[in-house]
Design a protein around this ligand. Structure first.
Ligand SMILES: NC(=O)c1ccc[n+]([C@@H]2O[C@H](COP(=O)([O-])OP(=O)(O)OC[C@H]3O[C@@H](n4cnc5c(N)ncnc54)[C@H](O)[C@@H]3O)[C@@H](O)[C@H]2O)c1
Length: 368
């Protein structure tokens, strides 16, 4: 390690020379997307400093971290502003990806204030720390497709649509977007780039799937737990449509955006949607049927919960801006994403199968 990565991600080629030995500060590195990003960045030869809470005992991070090259892990809270500043300033990053968050909608109903603190104030803490950096830096704040005011008309959201949020998670991320905009206008204005040398963007992606997600209360990990224990899968919102995509699709979008920002830090300091192709959307029930087919067996039942807290039923993203500005496109359709994900979980159940290698294989397949 690191291994050379050649090839394409979506339509956009990720250039290893943009990443080799570059310093990348990655918050949320112990989470699902953060673990995959850590593998990819290690693969590209980047020097990564992660900043997040301790991983769950059963987590992709614990399964792959011993194989990561040039990777430091800081276990600390994004709300510990002094520590965050210290770690960021000591590292002097070239790139920052901000993934750390409380990312679960239903949990946000249980802990709304903590969700706002971590997702909104956490983002402000990070951007405030960036103000202290005296060097060039590209910063990507990861939010979600749920930042748009969603009246469920079926119209795909574009980046100029109104922000909003019904549940506390969505609202906390929409508020994070407003924080990003405020910091960009107040301290990192593109027109004054030569003075501050920071390029700040936000990235809005939808539900992702992929091997190694073990989070409670997420559809694919729930299905995996049921299938691997020969239990019946329960579906609470069978007709909900989500923009399902493999985790490598938005990650390639974030990498492509960061590369573009490095080349033109003023033009690309804005927000981008990263979603699947529109015709590629599946209902939750169709997703479950596809998973069962890939797994080879399994049953499901519909278990709508009475008086369940509100969750958006219909959510579509318009990705024309990422296509035209970044030459980025999703690469794996929903069927391929499901097949890759289920193959990952099946392989991981084999004795002595190294999870890092399974992730690398997916990255190589994705990039070729
Ligand atoms: N997984 C998805 O389907 C999805 C969809 C859209 C957007 N996102 C966004 O992508 C990002 C990553 O999501 P994920 O699925 O990997 O989530 P995850 O729960 O697997 O990981 C969250 C990460 O944030 C860290 N974190 C949480 N609270 C923290 C705190 N107080 N201080 C420091 N670190 C903290 C955790 O330790 C972990 O590393 C999040 O911002 C999420 O909102 C995820």
């Amino acid at each position: 390690m690191p291994v050379m990565l050649h090839g394409k991600s979506g339509n956009k080629k990720i250039d290893i020379m943009n990443w080799r030995n570059k310093k990348v500060f990655l918050t949320g590195h112990t989470g699902f997307k953060g673990s995959w990003m850590s593998v990819w960045l290690s693969f590209l030869g980047a020097n990564v400093k992660g900043y997040a809470l301790r991983p769950q005992r059963l987590s992709l991070y614990n399964q792959i971290c011993h194989r990561l090259d040039k990777h430091q892990s800081v276990i600390a809270n994004i709300l510990d502003k002094k520590r965050l500043e210290k770690e960021l300033l000591q590292f002097q990053p070239d790139f920052i990806f901000h993934f750390a968050a409380q990312p679960l909608v239903r949990k946000s109903y249980d802990i709304p204030v903590e969700t706002f603190e971590v997702n909104t104030i956490g983002t402000a803490n990070l951007l405030d720390a960036v103000r202290l950096l005296k060097k060039e830096c590209v910063v990507i704040i990861v939010t979600t497709d749920k930042v748009y005011e969603n009246s469920e008309t079926g119209k795909p959201f574009n980046e100029n649509d109104k922000l909003g949020g019904h549940d506390p998670y969505s609202a906390s991320k929409a508020a994070a977007e407003i924080v990003v905009d405020s910091f960009r206008l107040s301290f990192f204005h593109p027109s004054k780039y030569k003075l501050h040398k920071k390029s700040i963007a936000s990235a809005r992606a939808g539900n992702v799937i992929g091997g190694g997600d073990y989070a409670a209360d997420r559809i694919v990990p729930d299905i995996y737990r049921a299938l691997s224990n020969s239990k019946t899968i329960s579906i609470r919102n069978p007709q909900s449509i989500r923009p399902w995509q493999h985790v490598l699709d938005p990650l390639s979008g974030y990498l492509s955006l960061a590369e573009a920002m490095k080349i033109d830090p003023q033009k690309f300091a804005t927000s981008y949607n990263f979603g699947p192709k529109l015709k590629d959307e599946l209902t939750v029930e169709e997703l479950v049927q596809n998973v069962i087919e890939c797994w080879g067996s399994g049953k499901y039942k519909l278990t709508p919960i009475k008086n369940a807290p509100h969750e958006a039923g219909l959510l579509k993203l318009n990705i024309e801006k990422a296509k035209s500005d970044l030459a980025w496109e999703p690469k794996w359709n929903a069927t391929q994403a499901i097949e890759k994900t289920i193959t990952w979980y099946k392989n991981s159940l084999q004795k002595n199968h190294d999870k890092f290698n399974i992730c690398v294989k997916d990255i190589v397949d994705y990039s070729s």
